[in-house]
Design a protein around this ligand. Structure first.
Ligand code: HEC
Length: 456
């Protein structure tokens, strides 16, 4: 499934890793001011790279201090000049986002000059320490939630899907501001979808009966729920809040501003993962991915809601999502917004043979509101795109989504050779089936929302 081009790239990059940053060959001097790590490079790296390249992020090594960055100098020059890193599939000429990571030509050139000049450190002694999200003073108390048994990933080159429960026991009912997923086997954890189960007082004696996780084969959901022992003691089901945390390739942890978003959480609760997907591995591995909960003392004043459009959503894909072999086919989703909303995040979703993605809204006045354009869909990088400011869409506007899928053998990401028919198969989340979705998180519009920034 790994396209040949990545293999070639891999070996090229491997040579670059071995070369690193070569101080002895810094014979190319420039007439410019010297470029220094602490003064010039650290701010660029920390803004655009460190949010994934830190211990608890999705990237396999850290990039925020001098040693980490200079030891990979040549490789960093290569991946930035070729716009491989930072991965930012959205078209910056179409719309901008709060969590945008996109290097300007000037920044790319500065990194190159720094490397060519021999990766000079500058005043690193006075560089402020890098803080990962869990170390930032978010003014919130946090708690780590783990399960006692690691996930077993057999070295059989098979995809694995698990259904999981993470029991949560707290001193009292309170409020949850956000949930952070901390991946462990970063190259294997693929996607994850967590829901919050709240047990009523005295409804459940023990959260630890039953399995913590089971393999999600084709078994019925009833059996899964029994195996995990999710029901109340009397056999009825507890209340579930959907999608309190999602993780997709490349996703980064982020918060909404004060008062916006959040959930009530009971003293006895659980995170229920209907689907955590581990990619194929050639050797046996254990994975101890976990969650960090961030609590709030107050109830959210403005809870966030969601429109899920397309596959499994409230408005269908037209025509039905099925792509015959050897064709390139376009599909659409239309949806009329039933109330005045302020959008806080935009999540486009397709699988491997997605090629292009475009979403916009047309207001009743006829004006267009640009949402997102992804000219070269890349399954490996899927984000929750947050507009720079809350984005109002008036009631009666129509949202249009257009997705192009390439099921030819010219598509290096085609999982099948020769190509086969690929469809959405009742929302099967298998990567080799397709999906076409737009998920919009929103609040009912309030006057002044367009002024509320979503940047950190
Ligand atoms: C959205 C998360 C994210 C951001 C932001 C990001 N990276 Fe990465 N990076 C990754 C992941 C994940 C990998 C692992 C390889 C892969 O999956 O392609 C990676 C791999 C790399 C590699 C190794 C490439 C290879 O194929 O061996 C380098 C070098 C790198 N990143 C540098 C950077 C630099 C420099 C920046 C900022 C200018 C940056 N990254 C920003 C997630 C990110």
């Amino acid at each position: 499934m790994q396209p040949q081009i990545y293999k070639t790239l891999f070996f090229f990059i491997l040579t670059l890793i071995i070369i690193g940053c070569d101080n002895e060959h810094s014979s190319i001097t420039t007439q410019y001011e010297p470029v220094l790590f602490a003064e010039h490079i650290a701010p660029i790296i920390r803004k655009n790279c460190s949010k994934c390249h830190h211990e608890e992020g999705g990237a396999p090594f850290n990039l925020y201090d001098y040693e980490q960055v200079s030891s990979k100098g040549k490789l960093i020059q290569y991946v930035t000049e070729n716009r491989i890193m930072p991965p930012w599939p959205a078209d910056p000429n179409y719309s901008h986002f709060a969590n945008e990571t996109y290097l300007t030509e000037t920044e790319i050139n500065l990194i190159a000059r720094w490397v060519i000049d021999g990766c000079k450190p500058g005043d690193t002694a006075n560089l402020i320490p890098y803080l990962k999200p869990s170390q930032k003073n978010l003014g919130l108390i946090s708690k780590v939630i783990k399960i006692p048994k690691p996930f077993e990933i057999k070295g059989d080159n098979q995809d694995r899907f698990y259904v999981v429960k993470f029991p949560i026991e707290l001193g009292a009912d309170t409020f949850l501001k956000a949930v952070e997923f901390v991946p462990h086997q970063k190259k294997l954890v693929h996607h994850m979808n967590a829901h919050l189960i709240n047990y009523a007082t005295d409804a459940k004696t023990s959260l630890h009966q039953g399995n913590y996780y089971i393999r999600q084969d084709q078994s019925e959901s009833i059996r899964i729920h029994n195996d995990l022992n999710l029901a109340n003691d009397d056999g009825t089901y507890p209340i579930m809040t959907p999608s309190v945390c999602n993780y997709l390739p490349g996703s980064q942890f982020s918060f909404y501003p004060n008062g916006i978003g959040g959930y009530k959480i009971h003293k006895k609760a659980a995170l229920y993962l209907n689907d955590i997907h581990f990619g194929p591995s050639a050797k046996d591995e254990l994975d101890s991915s976990y969650f960090r909960l961030y609590f709030d003392t107050k109830a959210p004043t403005r809870p966030v809601s969601e429109f899920q459009l397309g596959t499994l959503g409230i408005s269908p894909v037209v025509p039905e999502l099925s792509i015959p072999p050897n064709t390139i086919k376009t599909f659409t989703i239309n949806f009329t917004v039933p109330l005045d909303i302020s959008v806080v995040s935009i999540v486009p979703h397709m699988h491997l043979i997605g090629k292009r993605y475009l979403a916009y809204a047309i207001k009743p006045s006829g004006d267009t509101i640009r949402l997102i354009h992804i000219p070269n869909w890349d399954f490996r990088w899927q984000y929750f795109y947050m507009p720079k400011k809350m984005l109002p869409i008036p009631r009666g506007s129509t949202i249009y989504v257009e997705g192009v899928f390439d099921n030819t053998s010219n598509n290096p990401n085609n999982p099948f050779s020769p190509p086969r028919n690929i469809s959405e198969k009742n929302g099967s989340m298998k990567t080799t089936d397709e999906m076409f979705q737009l998920i919009l998180s929103y609040l009912p519009y309030q006057k002044g929302d367009e002024e509320i920034g979503l940047e950190e």
